[in-house]
Design a protein around this ligand. Structure first.
Ligand code: NAP
Length: 275
């Protein structure tokens, strides 16, 4: 029987996951398809039961369901538990198990820019994505991570959980020149006229500025970072690697990430840089 997978969210029409996974199925000769499914929050339980009943091989979960889905699954793994959010669901017999591949996907993307594990890193934001990234940086051996966030209490809490440091936004802005890697994980950056979540005035030339937002591909944060002479890394890599980790969980196959990053970058109107 033909296998099928899905992504559920609200909205969902913009998602690039169906394109990415369908391409990988084709490239790897797998007879499967990947469907975008619009699920309103009030229908999440029924949707999860339907995916189970109709035999989905697994599915991705996007906003706003990443936390709300958890009670409807048969279990969650360590990454999902650390992040308190699920972005990938894997079928094991009759069970659906929730995982989260965002943090490890981020680190795989970061590694393409050749960081050193003793680089001084500042993580801007303390939301769901920042949680996954902070834990994954920790697992990958990055030893000098500082967290800053608009709501400072959340930065302090996440720093405590991940044995990192915390800094208020104003201190972080003043001391930004001391950081080798600046990671922007807030939801700011989607609109041109939004203020940056952190001023880059004091960023040091040659520092690596990373934005996890990938649409638009050239965010105001990355544009400003370039002006300040920073190297930049956009969010496409994280998106592709988080998907690739999920694809491997579903199929046992590692898909071609390099080619996908190039295709998606171009689809979003960006210029692909082979680092
Ligand atoms: P979230 O849990 O809602 O967290 C939002 C974060 O943004 C919080 O730290 C919040 O600070 C901060 N924030 C929101 N508005 C702000 C503003 N005006 N000024 C300063 N800080 C502000 O969201 P999330 O799930 O972490 O997602 C964050 C972004 O990452 C989204 O744009 C998402 O699309 C992107 N993302 C990308 C990938 C990828 O594959 N590339 C994967 C996952 C997520 P407070 O705590 O003060 O509210």
């Amino acid at each position: 029987m033909k296998k099928w997978y899905a992504v559920i969210g609200d909205p969902i029409a913009h998602s690039l996951s169906p394109f990415m996974h369908d391409t990988w199925f084709q490239e790897n000769g797998i007879d499967a398809s990947f469907l975008p499914i619009h699920v309103e929050p009030s229908k999440l339980k029924e949707a999860c039961e339907s995916l189970q009943l109709l035999g989905a091989g697994g599915f991705n979960v996007t906003l706003p369901h990443k936390q709300a889905i958890m009670p409807f699954l048969d279990g969650i793994d360590e990454a999902a538990s650390e992040m308190n959010a699920v972005n990938t669901v894997v079928r094991n017999g009759k069970n659906f198990k929730g995982s989260n591949t965002d943090g490890d996907g981020f680190v795989q993307s970061l590694l393409t820019a050749d960081p050193r594990t003793d680089d001084k890193i500042i993580l801007v934001g303390a939301g769901g994505a920042a949680r996954g990234i902070a834990f994954a940086l920790n697992r990958a051996g990055f030893s000098d991570v500082t967290i800053t966030n608009r709501t400072f209490r959340r930065a302090e809490e996440l720093a405590e959980e991940t044995a990192s440091e915390s800094m208020t936004k104003s201190d972080a802005e003043q001391n930004l020149g001391g950081f080798d890697i600046i990671i922007q994980t807030t939801s700011v950056g989607l609109a041109e006229d939004e203020a940056l979540p952190i001023s880059l005035e004091n960023a040091k030339t040659g520092a690596l500025a990373v934005d996890i937002v990938y649409n638009p591909i050239d965010t105001p944060f990355l544009k400003k970072a370039e002006e300040k002479g920073c190297r930049t890394l956009n969010g496409v890599g994280m998106f592709v690697y988080q998907g690739a980790i999920g694809f491997e969980k579903w199929t046992g196959i590692k898909p071609d990430t390099e080619k996908m990053i190039k295709v998606i970058t171009e689809k979003l109107g960006g210029n692909y840089v082979n680092r």
